[in-house]
Design a protein around this ligand. Structure first.
Ligand code: SAH
Ligand code: F3S
Length: 452
């Protein structure tokens, strides 16, 4: 059977979509190629959230279409996902060697389309249609596949799309309107994963706190999302639950309370703040103020003082003044995030922010990016250092990505710990004593603890 190489750009949702596509291809008998050099089909699952993500995938495809295809004329080339959705046929006009363009609501059709193209039944295929029910089609998993020795953690897609329309963001256009899966279906998928050995599940969506908002009524003060957390929490054998990404406006009392009530819901939250300035938050259409954001942080820390907190911040939004940026710096200092993704504002097609006045010069954005990153990193390192000497519970995931001779796991607060262990530790929850903190990684030792 022909082999497929699938390269993924962007967020965890894209990773998950690629995994489902790969699983569907494998189910049809395709092999997964270890590299593009030996593949019969090369698919790029793309990201549109910033321009540089698009440029990366475009230049990769240019390379594939150029020299690479001369050497391997039969190879089939395709774009999937967000950029495929937003650019559609235009991608084939620009790069005529591309055979396949499949948008975000048609991932489940990729394997059939590849069949058709390879069999010569069709020439070029572009499918960026919307499809009712497509939110329920990302469900196949590739556990214990070629890439993973033993899957301990898994992502489960619970919804697609976003209706928030932040003024800088292309996602509502590439991913469509919010559509949620049924709680029973999600739970069934999670149950199956746990039966196959998975210990930790991350529930995924662009705005998970809006899960089921329109279809599932509140019950006993619990939003649909918290009802889902309850249902997943009840699965026996599951040890940990995470989710990403929530929106601050979805952090109602029921969700804060869920952290106290549900022991499997780990003490970790990724809470995208974007800016510390109320004026900018309003221009971004974020739907909360700085004060409200800080209140959520206080509430979460009141429940779990050790809560791991990470965020996304954009610098250089149109019209961002020195004073606005100073508010972002002060918010970062006040919250003391464990880590943050700091992004340079990138104008996206069709978004309101791209047409706003006062687009800032690149050098200013660069300078603010460097300044904020320095603050974020300094705090992150200090917080990591504070873990030295402490005993933390980790879930062992497998060989360390930095050093395959060692293992790595993550703490409940989502910090990576590297330690010396053996195969039998994989998939186990264990306590490790943190012996050394590097800026982004902790090193631990289980043996010391065993002597206690
Ligand atoms: N809710 C989604 C957001 C997707 S985009 C999620 O799952 O994370 C991820 C992050 O990219 C956003 O939180 C934002 O910080 C950043 N981002 C989005 N659009 C951007 C743009 N136009 N320029 C720079 N950064 C952007
Ligand atoms: Fe984008 Fe805002 Fe939704 S960042 S994904 S429009 S919450």
């Amino acid at each position: 059977m022909p082999s497929v190489f699938l390269k993924t750009y962007g967020c965890q949702m894209n990773e998950r979509d690629s995994e489902a596509v790969a699983a569907q291809l494998v189910a049809k008998g395709y092999a997964l190629a270890a590299s593009e050099a030996v593949a019969d089909v090369v698919l790029l699952n793309t990201c549109s959230v910033r321009d540089n993500a698009e440029q990366k995938a475009l230049s990769k495809m240019e390379n594939l279409a150029g020299q690479f295809r001369k050497q391997r004329p039969g190879v089939l080339l395709g774009f999937l996902g967000c950029m495929a959705q937003s650019r559609g046929r235009e991608l084939i006009d620009q790069l005529p060697d591309v055979d396949l363009v499949v948008g975000t609501q048609k991932f489940h059709r990729v394997a059939d389309y590849v069949d058709d193209l390879l069999a010569g039944r069709r020439d070029k295929i572009v499918d960026t249609e919307e499809e009712r029910g497509s939110e329920a089609t990302i469900k196949e998993h590739l556990l214990n596949g070629a890439a993973k020795a033993k899957a301990v953690t898994a992502f489960v897609s619970i919804m697609q799309g976003c209706n928030q329309y932040c003024t800088f963001c292309i996602v509502p256009y590439t991913r469509g309107l919010e559509r949620s899966r049924m709680i029973e279906d999600i739970v069934a998928e999670c149950r199956e994963l746990v039966a196959r050995g998975v210990k930790e599940i991350t529930l995924l969506g662009q705005i998970v706190t809006s899960f089921g908002k329109r279809d599932i009524p509140e019950r006993e003060g619990k939003s649909a999302f918290v009802q889902l957390l309850d249902a997943v929490h009840a699965i026996e054998g599951l040890e940990r639950i995470r989710f990403t990404s929530p929106h601050p406006k979805g952090y109602g009392p029921d969700l804060v309370e869920a952290y106290a009530r549900l022991p499997k819901l780990v003490e970790s939250a990724h809470l995208p703040v974007q800016s510390g300035s109320d004026r900018v938050l309003k221009l971004m259409h974020r739907g909360y103020t700085r004060a409200r954001f800080l209140e959520i942080i206080r509430q979460l820390r009141a429940v779990h003082p050790e809560m791991g907190l990470t965020t996304d911040i954009i610098v250089g939004f149109p019209g961002e003044t020195d004073a606005d940026f100073a508010e972002t710096l002060s918010l970062a200092r006040e919250v003391e995030f464990d880590n943050a993704f700091v992004f340079k504002y990138s104008p996206r097609r069709d978004t309101p922010a791209a047409a706003m006045p006062n687009q800032l010069p690149e050098e200013l954005i660069e300078a603010r990016h460097a300044q904020l990153l320095a603050v974020i990193n300094e705090i992150a390192e200090r917080k990591n250092k504070a873990c030295e000497g402490r005993v933390l519970q980790i879930l062992v995931e497998g060989p360390s990505r930095k050093n395959a001779a060692r293992l790595e796991g993550r703490t409940r607060a989502n910090k990576i710990v590297v330690f010396e262990g053996s195969e039998r530790h994989i998939g186990q929850l264990m306590d490790v004593k943190i012996t050394h903190a590097a800026p982004f990684t902790l090193y631990g030792d289980p043996a010391i603890l065993n002597l206690n």
